[in-house]
Design a binder for this molecule. Sequence first.
Ligand code: FEO
Length: 394
Amino acid sequence: MEPLEIAPGVYDVGVIDWNIRDFHGYSTDVGTTYNSFLIVDDKIALLDTVKKEFADQLLANISAVVDPKKIDYVISNHTELDHSGGLARVMHRVGEDKPLYCSKMGHKNLPRHFARNWNYQPVETGQELSLGKKTLSFLETRMVHWPDSMFTYLKEDKILFSSDGFGQHFAGPERFDDQIGEAIMVHAKKYFANILLLYVPLIKKYLQTVIDSGMEFKMICPDHGVIWRSDPTKIINAYVKWCQQEPQKKAVVIYDTMWHSTEKMAEAIAAGINKEGVPAKPLHLRKWHRSEIMTEVFDARAVVVGGPTLNNGLFPSLADFLCYMKGLKPLNKIGAVFGSYGWSGESTKIIAKELEAMKFDMIDPGLKVQYVPDKDGLEQCYEYGRKIGKAVNE
Ligand code: FEO
């Protein structure tokens, strides 16, 4: 994409990754962007770079505004390689001796990615950097998304550069939230549910710091997706709400199946839940991507998980998803398990143990049906669904 002046002297010089579909296990169905910002004042600063393979595009974008050699300061808000991969190439062009600002943790982490003796300038919360008429202020935001993460605030223009915070994996010709409307919130929510959920305790703390500071925002510029311009407090308020993890009256029925028996059970259970006025849909683990399912889990009250027994254990897709969900630490869930089995039937016990380890409030030991569920078996599933629906309604 071409550089865009988003405020006087402030340019979005990032790149679009139209074709990425798997971002370390997250389904980026519409691609993503790696945003980078150039601030031209008496001094010139570059905030963040891009993935390594896009470094030349970034440099071309910068060159359309200024000669990269004229950049005085480079700021790394986050070490992860989607934002620092292009750093070596950029520093080579900008000048290897130019000051490189990062958090104290960034100062530890960047050298572990790049064997270069750059001119590191570690900063801490509250420290400022004057560019002349404009001033940058730093805020360490450890674990949003890595220990090195920080936000940078451009005081005079009231622009927050929030790194991964408030991001969305979204690629499009649109550069601002108001060009998309409400539809962008779906991407922001998916990002929160799959990348930031486990760090909710820390995110709450930073949000409170920002709210208490009375800091005003004309724009919030994350490193992925569109810039929040129409009403930046909207995404802040959404984060405050999402951090509360208050579930909706909703259930998800997540399953895999060998010969369609557990599938039949899942559909009958979902129908029973729906009968109680609780929206529920069956989600087949090999038809839905784990990150889509996790987004559904995020605001559901009941998480119902089913699978057949394979080799006395779990189906691989179940093991994958349970591991993924466990890592993200969703809260305030009712859990239930089910599955078809042939002879040993361990899967429901194993799934239940995993959900208990996630502190889900389990309804009961679960429902098992041997081989193919007949009319009575499906009736049991339907009634089990009603029981789950009632628990959600309590
Ligand atoms: Fe977009 Fe944690 O990197």
